[in-house]
Design a protein around this ligand. Structure first.
Ligand code: ATR
Length: 269
């Protein structure tokens, strides 16, 4: 039985152990997957201790994704660009490889919902680590344009500048947002506080998609606002399951069927 875990702080609320247990059962893989609260000041030490106890890989969540990035011996190109790692893999040589699967998770979830990205005008709200992690897979899906809007405009401008080689991407403040958009993705942590970024009422084209990287039993503030304006609301629960499936693939080289796992998770909210 190979050992895996999710590192976070706090980590008690994490759904990753349940998701990976379901994947393991479905694919017949013998793995043990735990939740470990790493100390805020020594993530690297927690990873080394886990490896010493037979750990083969891990997921990394808030607030350790940058710490995980820094300790890796090798990185996937998308993790390199994101500056963050959510998946650690222990290599046969004892080296640590890091990847970030959040962006693939988002793109796959949108695909499963039948949302086309190619040729679409996309607005992304927020310019923090969560947004940096999704931009490469998003741009590779060849949208017509991506605008990043953020409370702190310079952060959005700087972030966009790091990705301009991958396609048409710009950044600015919320006041610079002029729609309409086909897809609006909320990657701010504003909904945690029940806040809504200041956005114009005519943000969406008819039939637009509103996506929140957060999720819950109820629609987030952003999704409720978007639904009132005619957009189709989708929360981030599917992204959570898809990023987990991609991590599972990195470790076990098997693709789990995510649909039943997502359905069970939805029921449990
Ligand atoms: P994460 O890793 O979740 O992305 P982060 O890097 O701290 O966390 O980024 C949080 C994002 O949410 C930022 O874009 C932040 O805007 P600023 O860059 O201006 O700080 C945004 N955010 C947080 N609270 C917000 C609020 N109440 N209204 C609007 N944006 C908010």
């Amino acid at each position: 039985t190979d050992r895996y875990c999710v590192f976070g702080h706090p980590v008690g609320h994490s759904k990753s152990p349940a998701i990976h247990a379901a994947f393991a059962k479905q694919t017949g893989e013998a793995i043990d997957y735990a939740a470990i609260e790493a100390p805020l000041d020594d993530f690297a030490g927690a990873w080394r201790a886990f490896v010493a106890e037979g750990g083969a890989g891990a997921n990394v969540t808030v607030p350790f994704k940058e710490d995980a990035f820094r300790l890796c011996d090798t990185l996937s190109p998308r993790a390199q660009r994101a500056g963050a790692v959510n998946t650690l893999v222990l290599g046969a040589n004892g080296q640590t490889y890091g990847d970030t699967t959040d962006g693939v998770g988002l793109v796959r979830d949108l695909e499963h919902h039948g949302v086309e990205l190619a040729g679409m005008r996309i607005l992304v709200l927020g310019a923090g680590g969560a947004v940096r992690g999704i931009l490469e897979p998003l741009l590779k899906a060849e949208p017509a344009s991506v605008l990043i809007a953020n409370r702190t405009a310079e952060k959005a401008e700087r972030l966009a500048a790091d990705f301009t080689d991958l396609g048409g991407i710009r950044g600015g403040g919320f006041e610079a947002v002029t729609g309409p958009f086909d897809i609006v993705i909320n990657g701010t942590s504003a909904s945690l506080a029940g806040d809504l970024p200041p956005l114009p009422d005519d943000l969406f084209v008819p039939g637009a998609t509103a996506y929140d990287m957060m999720y819950g039993a109820e629609l987030t503030v952003f999704l409720a606002w978007a639904a009132e304006r005619g957009a189709r609301p989708i929360d981030g629960l599917g992204m959570l399951v898809e990023q987990a499936a991609e991590s599972f693939f990195q470790w076990r080289h098997k693709h789990p069927d995510t649909a039943p796992v997502l359905a069970a998770l939805r029921q449990s909210l």
